[in-house]
Design a protein around this ligand. Structure first.
Ligand code: PGA
Length: 252
């Protein structure tokens, strides 16, 4: 299974010039990367301007809307994004969910992305790990509702990013452990196999996100069997982001 490392720049950097610098910094370090997919999700407004310095870099959107056109102030349609070379879109990031994005919204977005043959990066994750382990039910609901009505033939266009909210950002409690990730990805596979059947979910990629740094990424691949990463802060620093990509590549 091809591994993938995705950059989520969030609302950064502040200038187009800086964005171009980061893309070219990442591009120059990808010479020996052959087996790992590299996806950059910049703020959408930069997509039309950023030069693709390397054909190994793919672009993604951080968010997209499920309607084709109309009176939806502030939204960007998937058709619009596609014209700027977008091949992936993050769906249901916890920072979008905090603004009110529901599981139903993630479902509609995934369906629309699939219509346009764009890969959906579905983010799921609990805000706390309660002692009664209710977070497993929470994750199950996020997956079941996001994938409702989605056909097994579309699974190769869906990536699941497990990003516990408590592990995201500079105020994170800590990153998850590789063991916690492995346990969760087994649980996710069980949910998927209950819906689609075990043989149909072999190729679905489950990746980890939340305070990924070069220093902590290795165990997620080796012990956690992660298919890759969704990286926030460190994806804005080419040197660190490239280190994460190289570590992933070397273990592919
Ligand atoms: P972080 O963000 O790597 O800065 O914790 C990850 C994310 O929110 O996707």
């Amino acid at each position: 299974m091809r591994k993938i490392v995705i950059a989520n720049w969030k609302m950064n950097p502040s200038s187009l010039k800086e964005a171009e610098k980061i893309v070219s910094g990442i591009g120059t370090g990808l010479k020996n990367i052959k087996k790992t997919e590299v996806v950059l999700c910049p703020p959408s407004i930069y997509l039309s301007k950023i030069k693709k310095t390397n054909k190994k870099i793919y672009f993604g959107a951080q968010n997209s809307f499920y309607e084709d056109s109309g009176a939806y102030t502030g939204e960007i349609s998937i058709e619009m994004l596609k014209q700027f070379g977008v091949k992936y879109s993050i769906v249901g990031h916890s920072e979008r969910r905090a603004f009110g994005e529901t599981n139903k919204d993630t479902n509609l977005k995934i369906k629309k992305l699939l219509e346009f043959k764009i890969t959906a990066i579905l983010c799921i994750g609990e805000s706390v790990r309660d002692e009664e382990h209710k977070y497993f039910d929470f994750i199950k609901k996020q997956i079941e509702e996001a994938l409702e009505g989605i056909n097994k033939n579309s699974l190769n266009k869906i990536i699941i990013a497990y990003e516990p909210i408590w592990a995201i950002g500079k105020n994170a409690l800590r990153e998850a452990t590789a063991g916690e990730f492995l346990e969760m990805s087994i649980f996710i596979k069980k949910i998927l196999s209950d819906i689609y059947g075990a043989k149909n979910i072999e190729d679905i990629r489950i990746i980890y996100g939340g305070s990924v740094h070069p220093e902590n990424s290795l165990p997620f691949i080796i012990d956690g069997k992660s298919a890759g990463f969704l990286v926030g802060r460190d994806s804005l620093e080419p040197k660190k982001f490239l280190e994460i990509i190289k570590l992933t590549e070397n273990l592919s």
